[in-house]
Design a protein. Structure first.
Length: 355
């Protein structure tokens, strides 16, 4: 068989198995991918397949306008020597799913010596490769080699090269686009593979370990929200909340240079702007925020030692906001978003996170 239309994820077979089989069968020297979205795990899956197949040169062009493609995937592709282009200027979403293998890339024809073409519905993601219901057409002897090469060239030419500056800017844009997406939508879009389900109090399952650096979707340099559990705090008069590690770095960045006494005005959940005080401790990376006693739910937090303290910076409006969230849906939305994005950590007493 030289071509076929088939489904994956519906009857036991997977797109990962299809791609691997055809890569090992055709042994292309170069491989091009034009896809809407790329997840971090999707990048790792396809890189393993292409390395196994001995592919020499890889090119990737993908959408960044929708803020779904994972910055870590783009960074990993660049570090692996792939040529990467991104698309963020089309009137609509850049939405192809085209995978091509050949002898060489060609600036006028797109490809020479085309050996493999796959087109269909799968993005470059964990879900598409392993569990989603997808449909694809594959061919190892296309009826019209010129058409496949031209389709690839059209996709490649609409993209612009991914530079270090463009990647850094995209990290911030990615954080903004995902700040208010529901945790389950992050999984559906492929931004995240799964969510370690939290309890209503904001605790992940027993045995869940904080993500490693490569698993964190948003660095503290691009985040706008930081939160910390209120299972422990200090301060006999003011409620002193400590934000550990990366969460503290987020606050240090968005708060800016402190005044002489460390005071800063922040809008509370009741709409009232109150004066807080803060200090960053370089020796342990902890950030201490003194919360006015008049802020909503301070007395409740003292009495119950539960919930989270959440600080958000709206860069467009220039507004800093603070809120104490007790156990419940609003808290779970914040915590689950960090769990999905891999932007959380744990001290011996509590969780913290950022995004």
């Amino acid at each position: 068989m030289t071509s076929s239309v088939l489904t994956t994820g519906l009857t036991g077979n997977t797109y990962k198995a299809l791609l691997r089989k055809q890569i090992l069968r055709t042994k292309p020297s170069v491989f091009g991918m034009a896809v809407a979205y790329v997840s971090a795990s999707g990048f790792n899956l396809v890189k393993t397949i292409l390395d196994e197949g001995g592919v020499g040169e890889v090119r990737l062009v993908t959408d960044t306008k929708d803020g779904v493609t994972h910055p870590k995937a783009l960074q990993g592709a660049v570090e692996s020597g792939w040529k990467v282009r991104v698309v963020d200027t089309l009137a609509g979403t850049f939405h192809p799913k085209l995978y091509v293998g050949a002898d060489n890339f060609d600036e006028s024809k797109g490809l020479t010596g085309l050996s493999l073409a796959i087109a269909g519905s799968p993005n470059l993601s964990h879900g598409a490769f392993l569990k989603n219901g997808e449909c694809a057409f594959w061919s190892v002897a296309p009826h019209n080699r010129d058409s496949a090469g031209q389709a690839w060239l059209d996709c490649w030419n609409v993209g612009v090269p991914l530079t270090k500056t463009k990647l850094k800017d995209y990290e911030k844009y990615f954080a903004l686009r995902n700040r208010h997406r529901k945790p389950e939508d992050l999984v559906a879009l492929g931004v995240a593979d799964s969510i370690p389900k939290s309890t209503s109090a904001g605790s992940p399952p027993k045995g869940a370990t904080p993500p490693k650096s490569a698993q964190k979707a948003i660095p503290e340099t691009a985040a706008f929200v930081a939160w910390a559990g209120l299972q422990s705090f200090t301060g006999e008069y003011n409620l002193q909340v400590e934000f550990p590690k990366e969460a503290g770095l987020v606050l240090r960045r968005v708060f800016g240079k402190p005044s002489k006494d460390g005071s800063i005005d922040i809008q509370c959940a009741d709409g009232v702007v109150r004066t807080f005080k803060y200090k960053y401790y370089d020796h342990n990376g902890m950030f201490r925020l003194n919360v006015p006693n008049s802020a909503p739910l301070v007395d409740w937090a003292r009495a119950n030692k539960a919930g989270i303290a959440c600080v958000e910076h709206d860069e467009d409006e220039g507004v800093l906001s603070f809120e104490i969230l007790p156990p419940g849906k609003a808290l779970m939305d914040v915590v689950d978003r960090s769990l999905a994005l891999g932007t959380w950590g744990r001290t011996p007493t509590r969780l913290y996170g950022w995004y």
